[in-house]
Design a protein around this ligand. Sequence first.
Ligand code: GAP
Length: 647
Amino acid sequence: MSKSPDSESRMEKIVSLAKRRGFIFQSSEIYGGIGGFWDYGPLGAELKRNLRDTWWRTMTRDREDVVGLDATIIMHPAIWKASGHVDTFADLMRECTITNKRVRADHVDPQSGTVYKFVGAFPSKILFDLDLAPSLPPEFWARWLSRFALTEGKQLLHIKNLLSEGLISQHQEPLNDKLLTKEADKIHDSILWMECTVLVPAGKPIESAQKIANEFYQSRGIVNARLIESKYSGEKVEKSVDFHPETGGLLNEARPFNLMLKTYIGPTATENDIAYLRPETAQAIFAQFKNVCDSSRVKVPFGIGQIGKAFRNEVTPKNFTFRSREFEQMELEFFIKPDEAVQLIHGSVAVWSEGADLSEPQPNWGWEMWHRYWVGERTAYYAGIGLSSEVLDYTWQTKADLAHYARACVDILFKFPFGTEELEGIAARGSFDLTQHQTHSGKQLEYFDEELKAACDKLTAEQKSTFIAEAYAKRFNPDTTLEETMAFCEKLFKGLYIPHVIEPSAGLDRLALAILANSFEEEVVTDEKGKSEMRTVLHFHPRIAPIKVGIFPLLKNKPELVAKAREIVSLLRPHMAVFYDETGAIGRRYRRQDEAGTPFGVTIDFDTLGEEKPEFKNTVTLRERDSMQQRRIPIAELLPFLLSQIL
Ligand code: GAP
């Protein structure tokens, strides 16, 4: 992905602010960091917690039809076999043949330049050991032999010829064949025959390729390497995707690389003890579907939501926290009736068309209405935390892109500084997951729908036959046989089915990054005296801001002001995150909070004490971060006002 300098520097500024103000740190930084792992500092931890809370509240507590789950990170490995992750959760990956650094096959930025190929190298020392023509210094032989080009299968002969030519070129007596062979053997045996192919960008000399090749051979035991160039060296290439973008090394063939992180359970650590750190939270929801149904009096349609850590051994973690190896997901599995069940109960299925009313779920909705409904709900959620439709985009997967069982999938994208990328995926997954777990576990995961049973009990045998014929004609998967359709319908007539699923799946860390990127602004502000300065501000929505209000006594050496300010802190702290700051000029204190994204500032001044203007007694200055407007507000009104903004 090509990035404009502006977006690159914007991203750099965001990363730098994130560290400077304690939002996000590199994990294990004092040991040099660890790729794809990030820690959240004091402000980041609050931001993430607030985002997590908004998701949980919107998706579970505020709804009657969704319940929560908090499952373990490590589960029975059979779950990942059933879900398909063991066999298919892989990225195609290519490895740099020089450094072994890996890159996702579809993430290789095209490179142009000159390709230098080396077929091997030998240690300089060997040249000092040559018995032939001691009058010719090792440097002569080094130059002469560097002309060596691989002649497949004939290397020994080739070296012999070179040595002979070298001697003749110096008017030396040709050696006898036995001696030549002995010397050629010495060189041949000391050569490390390993190819090293490296691309250097246009304008850079061959020496930069040689430097990389030297390191390559030295790391494999060749001391003071003498490189042997291939006769195909020096080729120019344009926009090639065969070289590692960072190292310039040739990439090997793409190979699938499973992204699940493994661990061992118990002390023996054998193949039989392998377990996986979950690569998504979703599977626990499917695995606990029956327990939730049995314990919670839920009725389809209903959802189970979960927030928690997920782990993926990403080949190329990149773009700050965007693609990490440890991250948090916020997933909902919303279980709905198969369209055939809706048809049997309601006589028809509401299907989506442009302008369809999605405001309130209806009993006759089919999967497409539910899918569109959740796209709308999730979009409204993002708007509610400050991500308007202007910064979002949508990609609908085409039929060809969809997994075989999926009916639809849309990605909600955010316009990150490094490009428009996925924030959340919303998939209509049919009954795939529960069916898989039912097959692999041998446990019944069918749902008994009383309403469906009651509706089917009223059907005649003829109506049932007609229904089966229609269901077969309308089947989603053309490979489904008539027998399978009949078995499915017979179950339906008894009130049984495996629910279908709509899955809105969002990444919490990606969301935090989107929020940071969306909120970040540098603006030039001019004060009343005409002095201009740069203000860095994070325009967080008050609902998710890490600190809701800064409390500032005008002067720290006036005990009455400090006492009043402390009183206000005690009033607000039980309800929200408050930051007390008494040091520095008041303007500086405002700026510090602007940078932390604190939406409100409260200043306690002499008017608050009512010393000169009794009408202002017990009022404070309330400053609003985005407009920088200030107004007086009675202390008694502070709490209700702030609560109205942050809830
Ligand atoms: N259960 C479906 C599922 O896991 P996904 O598209 O692979 O779908 C869902 O992941 C969301 O999880 C993504 O939209 C993204 O926000 C987040 N996510 C996935 N991989 C991530 C990674 N390596 N780093 C950060 N977030 C990631």
